[in-house]
Design a protein around this ligand. Structure first.
Ligand SMILES: *Cc1c(COP(=O)(O)O)cnc(C)c1O
Length: 363
């Protein structure tokens, strides 16, 4: 730790993204990215006029992108916040609504950003354990009416969603308690809470272009909520990073959100590949948590999740496993192309068959 770091950050915890090794080519299925290309509409949108316009600052209100998102999701721009990925939207929301000691809650097993943020900024955070079947225990979020809630729905890395009825229960506990629902994976066959936004002023829904829209490198995410929430977030943004989105991101994002057919085509492709992959894992005798996301979470049989991850890496395939005791036996694999998933399955089979060897080695 250097001399100049603010004391407040002494206990900070750094978020660890999925690794991006460069020693060889990998089939990269460890960060829930897409193996499919972004919409070609982006290339048309980034034309010479856009290049020339970069001689000037980007629009700090990101109005073109907010309008385009608004048309697709049926909200006025005044209810839409855009940022550099869902992570920045969450950051600005947390900056806007939380200070040291503010009470928030989220599951013990979820997207780790909530915890790293809460810890680094000294929020009073409570992490509720998941049930034995890895579902969220909704009752935990009903007990403390003044503790805000952050939920990934569907949850990451389990892939399990809770119902809109349950989210409504949580929202109704106290209209003065903010509930942030991170819908990074909502597009793969889940019901979105956007339908609740106009009914509950304490709901902020966050989505991203990084998963279902195939462009994590473009860094585009958005939040939708009541006008007052969004205007507060916009004002806080203007205090810190008024030109948060580049002209390229605004133009590309606008083209992407309008590529509706492209979007649906690849969602369906990924759902089909996922279902087939999960069927085949089950046929091999694995316990699979059937997901409604772009990843699969399954439990090891013969070898530990750690060994499976390491052995897959040796074979050029990156997946992820997690340290928490409740999910230590599980591996998370992002759904890639059909060809990639066939390679993964063959590798998994091979490693399982060799599994007995690994056991002997351990003895
Ligand atoms: C991937 C992911 C994000 C990050 O999205 P970006 O838009 O790339 O910042 C946020 N929340 C969850 C639950 C995720 O899995």
């Amino acid at each position: 730790m250097g001399y100049f770091l603010a004391d407040a950050f002494k206990d900070m915890e750094v978020y660890t993204p999925g690794e991006q090794p460069t020693d060889r080519d990998y089939i990269k299925l460890n960060a829930n990215e897409s193996s499919f290309p972004p919409s070609p509409a982006i290339l048309k949108a980034i034309n010479e006029t856009v290049l020339d316009s970069m001689a000037h600052y980007s629009d700090p209100n990101c109005m073109e992108l907010r309008k385009a998102i608004g048309e697709v999701y049926h909200f006025p721009p005044s209810q839409i916040f855009v940022g550099n990925g869902a992570d920045e939207v969450l950051t600005i929301a947390f900056q806007s609504f939380y200070r040291e000691g503010y009470k928030i809650s989220f599951p013990e097993i979820t997207y780790d950003f909530y915890r790293t943020y809460a810890k680094s900024f000294k929020l009073d955070y409570e992490m509720f354990p998941l049930n034995d079947d890895l579902t969220i225990n909704v009752d935990d979020y009903l007990r403390e009416p003044d503790r805000d809630v952050v939920l990934a729905n569907p949850n990451n890395p389990t892939g399990i969603a809770i119902s809109l009825a349950d989210i409504e229960k949580i929202l109704r506990v106290n209209p003065k308690r903010l509930v942030i629902v991170d819908e990074a994976y909502v597009d793969y066959g889940n019901e979105s809470c956007l339908s609740l936004v106009d009914k509950y002023e304490n709901l902020l829904v966050v989505q991203t272009f990084s998963k279902s829209r195939n462009v994590p490198g473009a860094r585009i995410g958005f939040g939708i909520g009541a006008k007052s929430l969004i205007s507060d977030m916009n004002n806080v943004k203007f205090c810190m990073t008024p030109f948060n989105m580049s002209t390229v991101a605004i133009k590309a994002g606008t083209a992407i959100v309008k590529s509706t057919d492209y979007f649906h085509k690849y969602i369906n492709t990924i759902i089909n590949i996922r279902e087939k992959f999960e069927d085949e894992l089950e046929a091999l005798g694995f316990k699979v948590i059937r997901s409604t996301t772009n990843f699969t979470f399954f439990r090891e049989k013969n070898v530990s999740a750690e060994t499976m991850t390491a052995e897959l890496k040796k074979r050029g395939i990156l997946v992820r496993h997690f340290d928490h005791p409740q999910i230590r036996g599980y591996v998370r694999v992002t759904i890639g192309t059909e060809e990639e998933m066939n390679i993964v399955l063959a590798a998994i089979k091979e490693i399982e068959e060799e599994g007995e060897l690994f056991k002997e080695e351990a003895v």
